[in-house]
Write a protein that binds this ligand. Structure first.
Ligand code: SF4
Length: 341
């Protein structure tokens, strides 16, 4: 047994195997999950309802890592942004957004990101590594602890492409959803992908009612390829097919994220293409006037562009909304906190 294995790398099934190896009954796994993710203990010795021989054996076999908050910014609107450091020194950012009795956490699924989206600071720096399931669930726990409240919603919309780290992401979502874990309803847990088709097709088959958001950003292939070079190999028609199948098999409507970038995807031609692409597809379009990010050259369109897009989409029978900006005064665009540290 490798002493260096961090127990927070293990999925629910991995924890079950670990306890089986120790000849422990299955119900003790719930207890272990509770200590790890609900109570956030930092040592096995604190798991007082486990027999001392089990605690000793776990200490012998596994490490138990805990993240450290090394940066914290609070916005005037209540949003808090954290820079979280893991055991190997790698950092990611996590955001807590309180609103109307809800507390939403935007967590990262990878340190850095290989997708290279044109409007994203994280994408400019490349991928550092995948996060483990525990490193994702711990980001949610960090925010819950700082706010002193239960987290009601979680979105995999921080750094990284979730479906490039599929197994660990699913394991993390399950710890977030578990009643012994963070207790967040499955419908309140969202994965946001650039549109990795294999991931969308796999996600459609998961038994939980997790929700799906897809970064579309343009329904014109060359524009989308330019904005999102990491998925330039995927054709828009194939993405639409995958989403139609997802909606049909799950009965759930994916959200399409559309970051409006001045002079790039805010023209009438782009709007027409978007309407055509969405027509007949059960979906909700979330329009996001992009925040300018140093070094990316992208510019925010005027407010009129978002209103025009929303008006035309609604008139065409396509549900849409304009994302309310949060945390603008603390650099809410992804990647900025990490870059400035
Ligand atoms: S927007 Fe998301 S997927 Fe794109 S580069 Fe940034 S972190 Fe990666």
């Amino acid at each position: 047994m490798d002493k260096q294995t961090d127990i927070k790398r293990l999925s629910q099934a991995g924890l079950e195997d670990a306890m089986r190896d120790l000849e422990q009954p299955a119900w003790r796994v719930s207890s272990l999950v509770r200590w790890l993710y609900q109570r956030g203990v930092t040592s096995f010795a604190e798991m007082t309802d486990l027999p001392s021989a089990v605690r000793d054996a776990l200490t012998e076999r596994y490490t138990l890592s805990s993240p450290v908050v090394v940066g914290r910014q609070a916005s005037a609107d209540g949003t808090r942004k954290y820079l979280v450091r893991f055991a190997d020194g790698v950092t990611v950012e996590t955001v807590g957004l309180p609103s109307g009795g809800r507390l939403t956490v935007c967590f990262s699924t990878q340190a850095g990101c290989a997708m290279g989206c044109a409007f994203c600071a994280t994408g400019q720096g490349g991928l550092v590594r995948n996060l483990s399931c525990g490193e994702m669930a711990d980001q949610v726990a960090v925010v819950a602890k700082d706010f002193g409240e239960r987290v009601t919603n979680a979105v995999a919309m921080g750094q990284g492409e979730p479906f490039a780290n599929y197994d660990a992401v699913l394991a993390a979502l399950r710890f977030m959803n578990a009643k012994d874990g963070l207790g967040i309803g499955a419908r309140h847990i969202t994965v946001s992908t650039c549109g990795v088709l294999s991931g969308i097709r796999r996600f459609a088959k998961e038994p939980e009612q997790f929700t799906l958001a897809v970064s579309l950003h343009s329904a014109v292939q060359p524009t989308r390829d330019r904005l999102m070079p990491g998925v330039h190999g995927y054709r828009l028609r194939d993405l639409r097919d995958a989403l139609a199948d997802y909606a049909e098999s799950t009965g759930r409507r994916p959200t399409l994220e559309y970051a409006l970038v001045a002079g790039v995807n805010d023209s009438p031609k782009e709007l027409n293409a978007l309407v055509e692409w969405c027509t007949g597809l059960p979906c909700h379009v979330n329009l996001i006037p992009v925040n300018p990010v140093d070094g990316t050259g992208v510019e925010r369109p005027d407010d009129e562009a978002s209103l025009r897009f929303r008006h035309v989409l609604m008139r065409s029978g396509i549900e849409s909304s304009i994302r309310v900006e949060r945390g603008v005064d603390i650099d809410a665009a992804c990647g900025q906190l990490r870059q400035r540290s």
